[in-house]
Design a protein around this ligand. Structure first.
Ligand code: GLA
Length: 394
């Protein structure tokens, strides 16, 4: 990863003007998977991996973006990038990395933020790509902060998160919830963030200093733009529609209970019933987990993670063989309180809560065990919970 000074120097070398720098972190979700788009609860933390955007305003109506990670540059008019880009995505074009920053410009423009004069941008980051650690949200939020920084507008973090989510939903075409963009904006060092995704309110849950968050990357690629995520969302909505016929006050699965499922679940196709059971039980687990953190009850927190993984694996069917191997291995390691698949699923990473003193041995055992079982070399990261998106002063 380039240093901030190196990104600034690269920006200057490309465009011959200094750029202002902004950073936004990726995230790891400790518990609360696939609950955000049913108005539910999630408990993610921002991580020490981030995307940095350098920006300078232009006057010629062009958008120039240099992606350091993809080693590619684009140079388009605002109209080509935003309007033609939007139309071609709707017509079925494959998503390109530049669609994420373009989507944010599109969404900000829709909100009345001036973008027509154009920008020069440099984007670099170290959030692992397609690993379920929200590299996309970090690009979106860093871009939004960068563009807003060229104006006198000061939008609240929640609004920035919503505009970035809109970019991903309406422009890129991935139906994600609000969790990733929200925690990228509102993360707090050494804290998990318990987000109420209906009211967009949050409470901080301190991560006890005796544990570390260890992330194991299965190296099996995960992408929200893939079809499975949108299929799951549709199944959840189908289930909520069925329950709403009986209890009209059920706006989203957040309002439903296991008792509702016991009464009316038989009207649902078997897969829809399972998906709903995951979401409803997961919301209860998130609330219990935030309490467990507050009272430093790591054993209970770990139990909830274990239950959450089983539910995500068997009811939501969002796991895969490699992830299950990582979780089973982790559960056998000394000092590991809990392990589960994190993020959208179908590959990506596991999140593990490990006693600080055991992290080294844990990391070695996981790398060796996973390599032996699958022939794949896992990447393993230890991260503190980090702060949210911010301007960088050099
Ligand atoms: C992805 C989405 C989030 C959330 C998770 C699953 O990360 O972007 O909104 O739905 O999957 O919990």
């Amino acid at each position: 990863m380039l240093t901030h000074a190196e990104i600034a120097a690269l920006h200057f070398a490309s465009y011959n003007v200094p750029g202002a720098l902004y950073a936004a972190p990726g995230r790891v979700n400790l518990i609360g998977e696939h609950t955000d788009y049913s108005d539910g609860f999630v408990l993610p933390a921002a991580i020490d991996f981030a995307t940095v955007v350098a920006i300078s305003p232009r006057t010629d109506g062009r958008i120039l973006i240099h992606s350091v990670n993809y080693e590619e540059r684009i140079d388009k008019s605002v109209h080509e990038l935003l309007d033609d880009g939007f139309a071609s995505l709707r017509a079925g074009r494959k998503v390109h990395w530049s669609d994420y920053p373009a989507g944010v410009l599109w969404s900000l423009r829709e909100h009345g933020v001036p973008v027509d004069n154009g920008f020069s941008m440099t984007i670099a980051g170290n959030v692992p790509l397609e690993a379920g650690l929200s590299s996309s949200a970090s690009v979106e939020v860093a871009t939004a902060l960068a563009v807003l920084g060229t104006t006198s507008l000061d939008l609240p973090p929640t609004k920035i998160a919503l505009l970035c989510q809109r970019a991903e939903n309406a422009f890129v075409g991935a139906n994600c919830g609000i969790m990733d963009q929200f925690v990228s904006c509102c993360g707090q060092q050494d804290h998990a963030v318990m987000i109420d995704c209906r009211w967009l309110e949050y409470q901080l849950a301190p991560i006890p200093p005796t544990v570390r968050i260890v992330i194991c990357n299965s190296m099996v690629r995960h992408t929200v733009a893939g079809g499975e995520y949108n299929t799951r969302r549709a199944e959840i909505e189908q289930g909520a529609d069925i329950l709403r016929k009986h209890r009209p006050e059920i706006m989203a699965l957040r309002d439903a209970t296991v008792a509702d499922l016991a009464k009316w679940g038989s009207e649902m196709p078997a897969n829809v019933l399972k998906r709903c059971r995951h979401v409803i039980t997961e919301n209860t687990r998130v609330l219990a987990a935030a309490d467990a953190f507050r009272s430093s009850n790591l054993t209970h927190f770990g139990d909830l993670m274990r239950q959450a993984h089983i539910s995500l694996r068997d009811d939501f069917e969002a796991s895969c063989k490699e992830i299950d191997i990582l979780v089973d291995l982790a559960n056998k390691q000394p000092g590991c309180f809990g392990a589960r698949l994190t993020g959208g699923g179908f590959g990506g990473c596991t999140v593990n809560l490990v006693a600080a003193a055991n992290v080294e041995a844990f990391t070695e055992a996981m790398r060796a065990g996973y390599g032996e079982a699958t022939g794949i070399t896992a990447e393993i990261y230890t991260s503190r919970a980090s702060g949210g998106a911010h301007a960088i002063t050099l």
